[in-house]
Ligand binder design. Structure first.
Ligand SMILES: Nc1ncnc2c1ncn2[C@@H]1O[C@H](COP(=O)(O)OP(=O)(O)OP(=O)(O)O)[C@@H](O)[C@H]1O
Ligand SMILES: [Mg+2]
Length: 308
C-alpha cells in the first residue's frame, strides 16, 4: 500500500530580509512515520517548522499539511507543536495551563481533565499536575511542553529539539513516548542534533545545510553501501588465502594482523558470506565486528566543507 504524505512542500522558501532561512525545500513526509530533520546550527530547521505551524509565512513556494494548504485553521487543531525555546506562565500549574490549551484547541470542556491526565502521564509528570511551573526544572518544563503538544491527540506532531534539556534517562523516555505515538498512527516531525537518537527511532531523515536540503531518504537508503568487517582468527591465515577469500565476496583486505583482518565489503549482506568463505578455507573465526556507515558519517559528509 502506498503511504499517504501528510506533509508536502514545493520549493518552500523563507528569507529574513536578505538572509536565507531556508530555500527551495521540496519534502514529503509519510503518514505514520517518525521523520528526522537534521542540520547544523543555523541551517534552517526551526525556520521550516515555523512555516509548517503557521508562525512564519513563506516568502515563496507552497506546502500542504494533512492535505490542506499551509495556514489552514482546521488543520491546526490536528497538529501538536513543541517549540525550540519554550516559556510557560510560571504562576500556573500544568493542570491549569493544559485546561487553557484545551480551550484554545476548541476541545470539549468535559474532555479536558481526562486528556490532561493522559498527557501528563505520557510525559511522566502525573505527580506534578498541581505544582506551580515555577518550581519545575528545565527538563520538567520540556516534558510539560511535550504534554501541551500531545494534549489534543494530534495527527501530526512537530517537535523542535524535544530532548535538548533532558538527561539520558529523560531522552530514553521520550524515545519510548515517540515510538508509542507512532504506534497509534501519529506522524512525528523531529528536529534534532542528536544523531544517535534519530538513528534509533526515525523511519526517514532529511539533512538541511545553509537553508538547502542536502540529503533525504529512509535510513536504509542513506546508510546502505560499503561497510567494513573486522574478523578475529584463532590462528593466522596465509595472506594470499585472506586476499582470495575477500575477493570471492567482492571485498578486499584493508589491514591484516596475525590473528585479525579488516575487510572492506560492498555492503552488509557480504558479511555472512565472508565468514562462510573464511571457514571454508579452514579459518577458525573468533569474532566479527561489523562497522557500518552511521548517520554521523553521513551528516559530516553532506555538510562537510560547506562552512566558512
Ligand atoms: N527571526 C529571524 N530574523 C532573522 N534571521 C533569522 C531569524 N530566525 C532565523 N534566522 C536566520 O535564519 C537561518 C536559519 O535559522 P534557524 O533558526 O532556522 O536554524 P536552525 O537550523 O533551527 O538552527 P539551530 O540548530 O541553532 O536551532 C540562520 O541564519 C538564522 O540566523
Ligand atoms: Mg533551531
Amino acid at each position: 500500500m502506498q503511504l499517504e504524505s501528510v506533509i508536502r512542500t514545493q520549493d518552500l522558501t523563507k528569507y529574513y530580509g536578505r538572509s536565507v532561512g531556508c530555500e527551495g525545500i521540496c519534502l514529503r513526509v509519510k503518514r505514520g512515520h517518525i521523520f528526522g530533520f537534521l542540520g547544523p546550527n543555523g541551517a534552517g530547521k526551526s525556520t521550516f517548522i515555523k512555516m509548517m505551524v503557521g508562525l512564519h509565512a513563506p516568502t515563496s513556494g507552497s506546502g500542504e499539511l494533512l492535505g490542506r494548504p499551509l495556514g489552514d485553521f482546521r488543520v491546526r487543531r490536528r497538529v501538536g507543536f513543541l517549540p525550540e525555546s519554550f516559556r510557560y506562565q510560571e504562576w500556573l500549574t500544568p493542570r491549569e495551563l493544559l485546561r487553557f490549551h484545551g480551550d484554545l484547541l476548541g476541545m470539549e470542556r468535559s474532555a479536558i481533565p481526562e486528556a490532561t491526565t493522559r498527557a501528563l502521564g505520557e510525559v511522566g509528570l502525573s505527580d506534578h499536575a498541581g505544582v506551580k511551573l515555577r518550581q519545575f526544572s528545565k527538563g520538567m518544563l520540556q516534558r510539560f511542553g511535550l504534554a501541551c503538544a500531545l494534549l489534543g491527540d494530534p495527527d501530526l506532531l512537530f517537535l523542535d529539539e524535544p530532548t535538548s534539556a533532558l538527561d539520558p534517562l529523560g531522552r530514553a523516555d521520550v524515545r519510548r513516548l515517540l515510538l508509542g505515538v507512532r504506534e497509534r498512527g501519529t506522524t512525528v516531525f523531529l528536529n534534532s542534533h542528536l544523531l544517535g537518537e534519530v538513528e534509533r527511532i526515525c523511519d526517514e531523515v532529511a539533512v538541511i545545510d545553509h537553508g538547502h536540503l542536502v540529503a533525504n531518504g529512509t535510513l536504509g537508503e542513506l546508510l546502505a553501501g560499503p561497510c567494513e568487517a573486522e574478523v578475529g582468527l584463532a590462528e593466522p591465515l596465509p595472506a594470499q588465502s585472506a586476499e582470495h577469500v575477500a575477493a570471492a565476496v567482492g571485498g578486499r583486505v584493508l589491514e591484516s594482523a596475525p590473528t585479525a583482518l579488516l575487510v572492506g565489503l560492498p555492503d552488509e549482506e557480504a558479511v555472512p558470506a565472508l565468514v562462510d568463505a573464511l571457514v571454508a578455507q579452514g579459518a577458525r573465526v573468533t569474532r566479527v565486528d561489523r562497522r557500518r556507515r552511521t548517520l554521523e558519517n553521513l551528516f559530516l559528509e553532506v555538510t562537510d566543507g560547506r562552512h566558512e
